[in-house]
Design a protein around this ligand. Structure first.
Ligand code: PXP
Length: 255
């Protein structure tokens, strides 16, 4: 499941915020003829600009992505679909029906603004094992979104996950260009995950200023980025926002 050195670093574009904007006006009137913005149009624009996958989070409270978005994107996108989700029976059932290319299991708390800490793969392993297995049996590759800690990575490998997504939130929040101590945790975690045969993804809070340092983390396969791409897209357009990000990623691996 590790990437090979000839692979280029991939970018998953999270379009939850596009759904947030749509829901702000049309949550109560989803079938209005003038509903906008279109998630599928956003996904196609991101793909044309270099996105390697489209990421969406179907939350229990359905605050942005709706069930029918998941099915429409599954049918309509040209790249891979990465579904972020909490490990609840209702959402797992939907994932088994949709069969996204990837599922990333995340912790979910109804009060949070976005996903906060990583998943506790150590404490929740008994509940995670059957979910991971049932998704894999349907041909879905499974990732666990975890903090860059050795015990969490070992637990992810033991659970049988295909990949981990290292939580970069602490790195992103600690300095404008990414914190040094937090960078070191990510670097060490990526090496351990790679050594254990896990594909290594990373995401949360990544932006152009902190990407430069993040690219010094070895063994990365895919980055998942949402907020910055959409926020900068308000000024430069989503396509250019994705293109500029991908252009900087092209220097990976750095030395
Ligand atoms: N990865 C995971 C697991 C997430 O929950 C999120 C936020 O939805 C992201 C990546 C993207 O984070 P951001 O929007 O800060 O780029």
């Amino acid at each position: 499941m590790n990437s090979t050195s000839s692979d280029s670093l991939k970018l998953g574009v999270n379009i939850d915020h596009v759904a947030t904007l749509r829901q702000a006006r049309y949550a109560m009137n989803p079938d209005a003829p003038n509903v906008e913005p279109s998630l599928l149009a956003a996904a196609h624009e991101a793909e044309a600009a270099g996105a390697d996958s489209i990421t969406i989070h179907l939350r229990q409270d359905r605050r942005h992505i709706q069930d029918r978005d998941v099915f429409e994107l599954r049918r309509g996108i040209h790249t891979k679909l990465n579904l972020e989700m909490g490990n609840t029976s209702e959402i797992v059932k939907i994932a088994l029906e949709v069969r996204p290319d990837f599922v990333c299991l995340v912790p979910e708390n109804r009060q949070e603004i976005t996903t906060e800490g990583g998943l506790d793969a150590v404490g929740l392993s008994e509940a995670l094992i059957p979910t991971v297995k049932s998704l894999q049996e349907r041909g879905v590759l499974v990732s666990l979104f975890i903090d860059p800690e050795a015990e969490q990575i070992r637990a992810a490998a033991k659970i049988g996950a295909d990949m981990v997504e290292l939580h970069t939130g602490a790195f992103a929040n600690s300095a404008i260009d990414g914190g040094d101590a937090e960078f070191e945790l990510l670097r060490t975690a990526a090496i351990l995950a790679h050594d254990l045969g896990l594909r290594v993804n990373a995401g949360h809070g990544l932006n152009l200023p902190n990407l430069v340092k993040l690219l010094r983390v070895p063994h990365l396969y895919e980055l998942n980025v949402g907020h910055h791409l959409v926020a900068r897209g308000l000024f430069v357009g989503l396509a250019r926002s994705v293109r500029d990000f991908k252009a900087l990623m092209a220097s990976y691996p750095l030395g």
